[in-house]
Design a protein around this ligand. Structure first.
Ligand SMILES: C[S@@+](CC[C@H](N)C(=O)[O-])C[C@H]1O[C@@H](n2cnc3c(N)ncnc32)[C@H](O)[C@@H]1O
Length: 254
């Protein structure tokens, strides 16, 4: 039995409400992205060529383009709806962004003309089966420039099952708690997103023991995923940041 509808990302309503409200409702959204940007500054990479996997409405790409004026970006996503929204939002940077429409499991590498030195992803890879997550990490290692970095900010299990359950409840608590501070113009997006949180709770909390398939939220522990990064060849692998369910794991290609 399938828990989630894989088509849910192919919707204008979903794309637009996610774009408007994710920074408020996903715990640690900006904190994680800003930490990633701090790491890139600290690494003093010459000229950033970023590939963002499952780039959505382009929020992370926009931050990178602003922070690093020499940077260029590959935007990759399989949803026309999210891509169209990103193209509108990133209009002023159009000569610095290349759009790739592909599933993570497709042959997107053939569309990469210049090797990226930073590969990122946020809230996307956990929809893949574990086998496909591992394959994607290998593909990323292969396409990455020497001395380049890979970071995945994503929903992940933690060391203990009870703490994992707590992190699921925290996600719902955090979103519900924003109700009182949501501005008038975001009330519609809030309502739409909370319906999705209701579905998310059904899948991940109420039906926690149902088997998972590609497209569901297939949470895997950050420790196991760090081992997959090591197996793929990454060095300096670490859990670079964590807030309850959201973890940022990463590593360098040396
Ligand atoms: C929850 S959104 C996150 C968007 C963005 N990374 C952010 O954090 O704001 C997940 C994105 O990943 C994309 N996505 C999910 N599974 C994918 C797959 N198998 N191949 C390509 N894109 C995928 C969806 O279309 C959607 O744009």
């Amino acid at each position: 039995m399938k828990q989630a509808n894989k088509d849910r990302f192919h919707s204008n309503t979903m794309a637009s409400s996610y774009d408007k409200i994710c920074q408020l409702l996903v715990p640690g959204y900006d904190f994680m992205q800003n930490t990633l940007i701090d790491i890139l500054k600290y690494e003093k990479l010459e000229k950033i060529i970023l590939l963002d996997l499952g780039a959505g409405s382009g929020i992370l790409i926009e931050k990178v383009l602003k922070e690093f004026p020499d940077s260029t970006c590959y935007y990759l996503d399989y949803s026309d709806e999210f891509t169209n929204l990103a193209k509108m939002k990133l209009k002023e940077y159009e000569n610095r962004v290349t759009y790739i429409k592909s599933d993570f499991c497709g042959d997107w590498e053939s569309q990469i003309k210049e090797k990226p030195n930073v590969i990122t992803s946020m809230s996307a890879i956990h929809h893949l089966s574990n086998k496909n997550k591992k394959n994607l990490y290998k593909k990323c290692y292969n396409i990455l420039e020497e001395n380049g970095w890979f970071f995945n900010i994503d929903e992940m299990k933690t060391i203990n099952e009870d703490a994992y359950l707590r992190s699921l409840y925290h996600r719902i608590y955090h979103a519900e708690n924003q109700k009182n501070i949501v501005s008038e113009d975001l009330k519609g997006a809030y309502k739409g997103y909370m319906e999705k949180i209701g579905d998310w709770k059904k899948r991940n909390v109420d039906n926690i023991n149902l088997p998972k398939q590609e497209g569901d939220d297939i949470h895997e522990s950050f420790l196991i995923q760090l081992n997959w990064l090591n197996d793929a060849g990454f060095k300096e692998t670490d859990l670079y940041c964590k807030l309850f369910l959201l973890c940022m794991i990463g590593g360098k290609k040396i």
